[in-house]
Design a protein around this ligand. Sequence first.
Ligand SMILES: [Zn+2]
Length: 513
Amino acid sequence: MAEGAASKPRRGAGRGAGSRGAAGRTSAADANGVGAAGAAADIGVRLASLEISRAWLVDPASGREGPGELVVQDGMIEAVTWLEGADADGIDDAGVVVAPGFIDLHAHFREPGFEDAETIASGSAAAAHGGFTTVCLMPNTSPPIDQAGVLAGIRAAAVASGSPIEVLVYGTVTAGRGGETLAELGELADAGAVGFSDDGAPVRSADILRNALLYAAMLGRAIVDHPEESSLTVGAEANEGLVATVLGLKGWPAAAEESAVARDLAVLADVVADQPGARLHLTHLSVPGSIQRVREAKAAGLPVTCDVTPHHLALSDEWLAGARRFAWAADERHGIADPWRDHAITAEPYDPALRVNPPLRRPADVLACLRGLADGTVDAMATDHAPHTSVDKDVEFGLAANGISGIETALGLVLEAVAAGELGLMRAIDLLTAGPARVLGERLGRTVGLIEGAPANLVVFDRGATWDVTPETLLSRGKNSPLLGRALSGRVLLTVAGGRIAHVDDGFAERPG
Ligand SMILES: [Zn+2]
């Protein structure tokens, strides 16, 4: 952690003595402070007082990062101070970092219908553990969120959870996610739907997509599509290529995604001629052709945005074979990375936790996605947090449900890319905060940033501290992570949403000042 970073969260009335931490440790809490034993009870409580000194502040909204101090009083950001000269000595971006709370454009909390895998309450706890203060939930629940009443039930569950995490909800594009007729988009919008998606599956037909884009535009909402040409993915298990061939898994071609992206963009171009307010968001892009088509569409002025997941940015199909090196570490001097030739196999093959839709791609595909992040083609990182039960996941690879429980490991994977020099820290945080905020636009209903006088939406994490990913440390009910057993850096110390405590790390209170 940053040398001398001092922090002091307090709840309850009044302001405690301003204790400063000794060099090299975080000091936190007095008798009235946030205690480790009482951490769970503190969730949802208004943050009365917090002083973070000598930390690294990152504020993508203002384009500024550097040594600084931050004070929260009664849930509001009271002061943001940028340190200069001697005051800034010894503070760098390798220790305690303070950033706006993360915004996830794509998460599955499984309620209603699949509460064994996740609930609004457990998902909110997991999100806060991952540094997220806002989540946008996909509507492929049971029943699906295709009616206002279902959406209202989710909002009620969010309130009942006691978590201050901001839960935003997408409605379905089609009734029952059936792909045949439009859902009641107007009713869903009135009930608070921030957009529409049939995620889990693509919007089935170009005709439906066209009507959905037109209608959603009138409601000021985007259509969020999961681009997949389903006729190319029947029975598909792994990215089509060397790894799938050697492992005997059915290939999932890049063309299945790229052709769907092309269809969607062609329909969008057609629609905006009549309805300039139409907006399309393409989620979890994973292949170079998709990124390039979005790049060209943006250059042509089409209103399209897109995201990439942290697992598609750090992991590759080599992991299915048992490699555990990050994608950028693969050796591609010979054209196609080969984990067997490189003696990179260190784990058992066929870990079903790695089965995901779209599949993990080749290292070269990952690098194309990283370039899309760096040059602004990709607007956001979204987790596609997809928790599953052991019953659905701990089975033969080809029978396992698709998805990774990823909302808690997103920051750690992103920081791996930063540490490897693949992405700047500012851009990485931008893709988790201001980027998704720009995609949501006025649907977010607030301004993102370290802004004096605004309600505190913050994450405090320590790049110098690691945490072990285990079934016990994951707060999600979904333990389906390919990162189990691994230590990730960027331990989240504190998450504050809407001025209220959403997550406190045990260690944050165990080191009194
Ligand atoms: Zn999807």
